[in-house]
Every structure is written in structure tokens, then in C-alpha cells.
Design a protein around this ligand. Structure first.
Ligand SMILES: C[S@@+](CC[C@H](N)C(=O)[O-])C[C@H]1O[C@@H](n2cnc3c(N)ncnc32)[C@H](O)[C@@H]1O
Length: 374
């Protein structure tokens, strides 16, 4: 089977998390800013799209070249055998991005690349000037960094965070791959209890349950490669069937609570869609009333912060309450994603470790408190 140069994209700061996940799936990796490279065939494209919990997309690197002027860009793109990749009716949107390069106009780069492909396909298919673009989508992107251009085909389509289990609603839940990445920054593997005491729509608890039960995060969705006419889509069916045999039962409890009953109803629906409703103990309870007999597990939460609370004072009062309640559960490692730089002061303890992250555009910290194991 043909080998491809593949790479994954991910949210800022999660390169090492994605690289580790790829390595655990059996790949050798090379990391760059915002990308992790690996090699593989069509079966690997299926496997990584189906199993990666923390990445955004899996792409095929088609060609890499130096380009400091539009003629070179045009010629290098024209030289690719596009008819081998794109059928005559292919829809092929081109996304352009340029960083620290002579060619810096992104719309200009995009339209030159599009023109080169249209002209080459017209020549190859003997179709002067008109390509219907009425068929399946082959998303392309051109990325120029310090005058080195890379043209890639996206095999994923809608980002991998769109697992397909979540119902849409007005809140601001964590993205699924962001939540999975946070869990991957903890030692959680399902062999210890996990508690999310401010669970909202349940993303952290659901992603934890998927990890614990070894359920493939891409189980419910289609990928761009399903529409590629040269792609052996029976590989997808085989991988899905194999994934079903790898599901295991939950070993240790997962608890998810929130003060707000209506958001818990959404969390339950999401958990139901993900097939893990029976694995999560949902409970309406305020932090101040929280109690558990469980030990040696993980507490992980994304408490309200920043703009989401009208009043910074009430958020900080909640952090103080969290400190009063959760300090006594010191056999648990505790992880809090918060955008307030005064969190440690309010919580009443310095974190063992902090990690700077971005939740969308919001600069946040992942405060990590390691357990005193009993
Ligand atoms: C930022 S949201 C969590 C979002 C969640 N991680 C998700 O992906 O949907 C914070 C949650 O904390 C809950 N909350 C606020 N105050 C609380 C309290 N005193 N006790 C328990 N939960 C509280 C809110 O109802 C909200 O659902």
C-alpha cells in the first residue's frame, strides 16, 4: 500500500500530548510547532482519524518546496499530478496561510494555487476552463512558513473535536479534543476514580469514560477520506468493527456533578449519545455540599471564570470554597482549568505545576495539585 507523509494539527501547546498519543498508536513522530509528522498508508489514515482523541486533523503532505514569488508557486503546484488525486467533479476548497514569508497575501496565495490546480486539471481532463466542483470534497491547504510552502490534503474534514455525540446548546462547553487533552495531561487511564464537580455539559466526564472504556472517539462520524474516490473505504468499516471488539467495561467510578440541574440534563443526553450514560454518576450538588468516600483518584474541573461570571468576586468566592472543600481529599490529584491569575491565592494552595494553555482565545492555566497517596 502507498505510504504517505502524514501530519496532525492540534491546539496551541498540545504538540507533545498528540505526539505521545500517536506513539502509543505505534507511530514514530517528528514534532514541529503546531504539527506532528508521521508516516502511514490508507489504513493508518483511518486508524488515526478514528482513534486520536487530542488532535484536530490528519493531513497528507503532498509537496514541500521553496517559493518566494508567485510564478514559482504556480509552477510547483501545477507540477503535481492533480488528476491522480482529484476526480473531474471534485470540490476542492483551498485554504491559504502565510507566516514570515515573502509571499504574504493569503488571498493571493490561495487564488494562485487554485488557478494552478484548475489549469492542470483542465489540461489533464481536456476540459478547458470549466470544472463543475459538484462532487465530493477534497479540502486542500497551502501553508507558507519562512518561504517554504507545503501543500496538503485534509483527510479529516470537520475537526476531530466534532465527535458527533454532543447536542448543540447555548453554553460554552470545552471542545471535546481539548477536554481529552486535559485528561491526557493527568495520569488517568480508567484504573482510578475520576470526579468532575463542575461538569456543565459533561465533556470532561464523557471523554474520561471514552478513555476508560477504550471507545474510539471517532466512532460516530464520517471523515473527508470517506468521500475520496481512490480511498479504500472498506478499511474504515474494518477499523470500526475492530474498535468495537476493543471496548472494555468501566473499572472505577466516574462522578460528575453540577449546581445546575438543567445543564446536567444536557450532559446526560450527551453521555447517552456517546454510549457512556451508565458509566457516569451524574448528581446535582453544589461544591459546598460535595462529599465522597472515594480515594486515590483524580478531581478535574473547569470552574466558571473570566467573562462567564458577571462578577469576578463571586467566581473567586467559589475558588475559596473549592479550597475549603477539596483540600481534605488529598489522596486525589487535582486539576483545575482557570483563567484567573489569582486562582491559587483564592484556592489557598500553590499548584505543584502550572501549564499555560489557550481555551479558544482565552489565556488559561491548568493548575495541577499532586496527591499525597495513602
Ligand atoms: C465553565 S462551566 C463547565 C463547562 C464544562 N467543562 C463543559 O465542557 O461543558 C462551569 C460549570 O460550573 C457550574 N457551577 C458554578 N457554580 C457552581 C457551584 N457552586 N457548584 C457546582 N457547580 C457550579 C456551572 O453550572 C457550570 O456548569
Amino acid at each position: 500500500m502507498k505510504q504517505y507523509q502524514l501530519y496532525t494539527t492540534m491546539g496551541a501547546g498540545f504538540e507533545s500530548v498528540v505526539a505521545k498519543e500517536l506513539q502509543s498508536l505505534g507511530y514514530e513522530t517528528k514534532t514541529e510547532n503546531g504539527r506532528v509528522f508521521f508516516k502511514g498508508n490508507q489504513a493508518d489514515i483511518v486508524k488515526t482519524n478514528l482513534w486520536l482523541r487530542t488532535a484536530d486533523r490528519v493531513k497528507i503532505l503532498l509537496k514541500e518546496f521553496k517559493a518566494t514569488d508567485f510564478d514559482t508557486l504556480y509552477n510547483q503546484v501545477y507540477d503535481v499530478d492533480w488528476a491522480e488525486l482529484l476526480p473531474i467533479d471534485a470540490k476542492f476548497p483551498v485554504q491559504g496561510r502565510s507566516v514570515r514569508s515573502k509571499l504574504h497575501s493569503e488571498p493571493g496565495i490561495q487564488s494562485i494555487v487554485k488557478k494552478a490546480i484548475v489549469n492542470k486539471m483542465s489540461d489533464q481532463y481536456h476540459r478547458r476552463g470549466f470544472l463543475p466542483e459538484s462532487g465530493n470534497e477534497y479540502p486542500l491547504d497551502i501553508h507558507i512558513y519562512k518561504d517554504t510552502a507545503r501543500i496538503s490534503l485534509d483527510t479529516t474534514g470537520a475537526s476531530l473535536f466534532k465527535r458527533g455525540y454532543r447536542i448543540e446548546h447555548g453554553g460554552a462547553p470545552l471542545k471535546e479534543n481539548f477536554a481529552a487533552s486535559l485528561i491526557k495531561l493527568t495520569p488517568y487511564d480508567g484504573t482510578h476514580p475520576l470526579i468532575d464537580p463542575m461538569t456543565g455539559s459533561g465533556t470532561l466526564a464523557i471523554e474520561a469514560a471514552l478513555i476508560a472504556r477504550n471507545i474510539a472517539p471517532g466512532t460516530w462520524r464520517k471523515f473527508a477520506f470517506d468521500g475520496f474516490d481512490w480511498f479504500d473505504t472498506s478499511l474504515h468499516e474494518t477499523a470500526l468493527a475492530e474498535a468495537k471488539t476493543l471496548v472494555r467495561p468501566l473499572e472505577q467510578p466516574i462522578w460528575a456533578s453540577d449546581i445546575d440541574q438543567s445543564i446536567l440534563e444536557i450532559a446526560k443526553l450527551n453521555a447517552h449519545n456517546a454510549g457512556v450514560l451508565q458509566d457516569i454518576n451524574f448528581k446535582q450538588i453544589a461544591v459546598k455540599d460535595f462529599a465522597t468516600d472515594l480515594e486515590n483518584g483524580i478531581i478535574i474541573a473547569n470552574p466558571p471564570y473570566g467573562k462567564r461570571l458577571k462578577d469576578k468576586e463571586s467566581a473567586e468566592a467559589l475558588y475559596k470554597q473549592m479550597g475549603e472543600v477539596f483540600h481534605k481529599y488529598d489522596s486525589f490529584s487535582q486539576y483545575y482549568l482557570v483563567g484567573d491569575p489569582d486562582f491559587e491565592k483564592c484556592f489557598g494552595a500553590r499548584a505543584t505545576k502550572k501549564r499555560k494553555l489557550f481555551n479558544g482565545n482565552l489565556r488559561v492555566d491548568f493548575y495541577q495539585y499532586w496527591a499525597n497517596k495513602k
